[in-house]
Design a protein around this ligand. Structure first.
Ligand code: ADP
Ligand code: MG
Length: 273
C-alpha cells in the first residue's frame, strides 16, 4: 500500500507584487516505500512549498513529481490533483470544531464512499483505541489539548489509508514533554501502519530520532543538498538519544543546516533564523 515518491529537479516560483520569489530550485528527492523520510532545513527554505506541490495545493514551475512512478505533476500538468492517497497533517489544528472526535475520524472514508457509516465508526473506534484515545470519541476538538488534537489528526489521516502521509512540522510549538509523547505515538503509528511518511521539521534532534533517512535542504531557493542515512535501530527507543551514534548524526546534520542558515543570514534573508 505504501508508495515511493520521486521529486525530480523541481523548481517553484511565487509571483508577487515585488517580483518572483524562487522558493524551490532544482530540488530532487527519492523516498522508498515504507520509509519515514525527514526533510530538515532552516525556516523559509521551501519545505512547506515542496509539501504543497506534492499534495497538489499549488503548481510547480519546473521538474516533475511521481508517486509510485505515476506522474503527479510535471511539464504538461503543472499542478497535482489533491487526493486521499496523500494526506497532510499540519502544525495547526484542522479538525472540524463542530464535529466530535469520532465524526472527524470517519469523515474521509464516509465522504469518499469507501466505507458505510457503520463500518467507518467501527474502524475509527478501533484505531482510536490503538492510539490510546478511547473514551474521547464524543468529545469536541476544542475540549482536547493540542497534543491530543494532533494524535486525533494522525488517526484521521491514517483511516484514509494514504499511500503517503505528509507531516508539516506537526509538533512545532509543543513543550518538550508533549513532543516526546508525540514522537512515541507517531513511531507507534508508523511501525504499525507501514505507511510511507514524509516528515518536515526544522528541529534536528527530532529529525534524527524519527527518520530512516534525512534530506537536508539548503537555504532558499530550497534544494536537497545532502541525504543522510540514519543507521539507528527500530523500533526507536528513547535511550538511543544518549548513544554516541545519535550524537554523531546530530552533529553531521547540524553542520549541514548551519552552513545554510549562516549563508542565508549573510545575504540578509530575515526569514532564515
Ligand atoms: P518553510 O516551510 O521551509 O519555512 P516555505 O515553503 O513556507 O518555507 O516558504 C519558502 C519561501 O517562499 C519563503 O521565502 C516564503 O516567504 C515564500 N512563500 C511561501 N508561500 C508564498 C506565497 N504564497 N507567495 C509568495 N511567497 C511565498
Ligand atoms: Mg513551513
Amino acid at each position: 500500500m505504501s508508495a515511493s515518491l520521486t521529486v525530480s529537479r523541481v523548481s517553484k516560483s511565487y509571483a508577487t507584487r515585488r517580483g518572483d520569489v524562487v522558493a524551490l530550485e532544482d530540488c530532487s528527492l527519492h523516498v522508498e516505500p515504507g520509509e519515514l523520510h525527514v526533510i530538515v532545513g532552516p525556516s523559509g527554505c521551501g519545505k512547506t512549498t515542496l509539501l504543497g506541490a506534492i499534495a497538489g495545493f499549488h503548481d510547480i514551475t519546473e521538474g516533475e513529481i511521481r508517486l509510485d512512478g505515476e506522474l503527479l505533476c510535471g511539464t504538461d500538468v503543472p499542478q497535482a490533483t489533491p487526493g486521499a492517497d496523500r494526506v497532510v497533517v499540519f502544525q495547526h489544528c484542522t479538525l472540524f470544531p463542530w464535529r466530535t472526535v469520532l465524526d472527524n475520524v470517519i469523515y474521509g472514508p464516509v465522504v469518499q464512499g469507501r466505507l458505510s457509516r457503520g463500518d467507518a465508526r467501527e474502524l475509527a473506534r478501533e484505531r482510536l483505541r490503538q492510539a490510546g484515545l478511547n473514551g474521547l470519541e464524543d468529545r469536541y476538538p476544542g475540549e482536547l489539548s493540542s497534543g491530543t488534537q494532533r494524535r486525533v489528526e494522525i488517526v484521521r489521516a491514517l483511516v484514509n489509508e494514504p499511500r503517503l502521509l505528509l507531516l508539516d512540522e506537526p509538533f512545532r510549538g509543543m513543550d518538550a514533554i508533549t513532543r516526546g509523547v508525540m514522537h512515541e505515538a507517531l513511531l507507534e503509528f508508523y511501525d504499525r501502519a507501514e505507511a510511507t511518511v514524509l516528515f518536515i521539521t526544522h528541529d534536528i534532534e527530532e529529525a534524527v530520532f524519527l527518520g530512516s533517512r534525512l534530506s537536508v535542504m539548503s537555504a532558499r531557493p530550497g534544494t536537497v543538498k545532502a541525504t543522510i542515512e540514519v543507521d539507528l535501530p527500530r523500533p526507536r527507543e528513547i535511550t538511543v538519544r544518549a548513544s554516541a551514534r545519535f550524537g554523531e548524526l546530530e552533529t553531521a546534520v547540524l553542520r549541514e543546516v548551519q552552513d545554510e542558515a549562516s549563508r542565508a543570514f549573510a545575504v540578509g534573508d530575515k526569514e532564515a533564523a
